[in-house]
Design a protein around this ligand. Structure first.
Ligand code: AMP
Length: 224
């Protein structure tokens, strides 16, 4: 099973990706997290990506295609995987389709989380993340038990550098300009659109139903 989770920054992709990965026992791969890890490790790739990310732009297609091709070759992807944040441009989608065909892998299930811009800006400026376990919190809707600290490991929560309002606007613009057309490229008939402005548990259920309908696979948690 190959799942692609689409939607603008702040639509809840990260939260939904984690829960889907657990339910369907597949790894959730976030290209954004991969780049943040490279930046933190101070690698050459991290240095290149860091300036682009801070400005709210997109890392070059060739670089992203390369890291995804190598990541999905790892053994944990043999029963499928979920991609969060890739493909993000039509050329990336074309490259990914070619890659799947070359490797004899099934066509992906395309899930689109739809959320209005005003909700996204409010959500993103309130978003905090644990730098250690990467768990995401929201000061409006998913507060940590102790203000400012991760529930799971007690680390101090941080605001991502690209969650400043001016950068958010640039990221939403990049999304609408480059990523929106991907849904057109896949064809709306193939895309499962879910209203992502609803409560996270309801969004999770709607996505799960769409995946079951598309693949016939029942999530592990629902088998007993
Ligand atoms: P995200 O965590 O998915 O919002 O990604 C954070 C940042 O990483 C984005 O704003 C981009 O700069 C970069 N990035 C992540 N995925 C991609 C991608 N598929 N193509 C280009 N840039 C990406």
């Amino acid at each position: 099973m190959i799942l692609l989770l689409f939607g603008p920054p702040g639509c809840g992709k990260g939260t939904q990706a984690t829960s889907l990965a657990e339910k369907f026992r597949i790894p959730a791969i976030s290209t954004g997290e991969m780049f943040r890890a490279e930046c933190k490790a101070g690698t050459e790739l991290g240095k290149q990506a860091s300036a682009i990310m801070q400005a709210g732009g997109l890392v070059g297609d060739d670089i992203v295609n390369g890291i995804v091709a190598s990541r999905i070759s790892r053994p944990d992807c043999k029963n499928g995987f979920l991609l969060d944040g890739y493909p993000r441009t039509v050329p990336q989608a074309q490259n990914f389709a070619k890659l799947l065909a070359e490797r004899g892998l099934p066509e992906p299930v395309v899930i689109h989380l739809d959320v209005p811009d005003s909700t996204l800006v409010a959500r993103l400026t309130a978003r905090r993340q644990c730098p250690k376990c990467l768990k995401i919190y929201n000061l409006q809707s998913q507060r940590p038990r102790t203000a400012g600290y991760c529930d799971d490991d007690g680390s101090g929560l941080l605001t991502r550098e690209d969650d400043q309002e001016s950068v958010i606007r640039d990221r939403l613009y990049a999304y609408s300009r480059l990523t929106g057309p991907i849904l057109e490229w896949y064809g709306y008939a193939r895309v499962h659109t879910v209203d992502g402005a609803q409560a996270p548990a309801l969004v999770a259920r709607l996505i799960e139903e769409a995946v079951i309908e598309a693949t016939g696979t029942i999530p592990v948690a629902a088998r007993y």
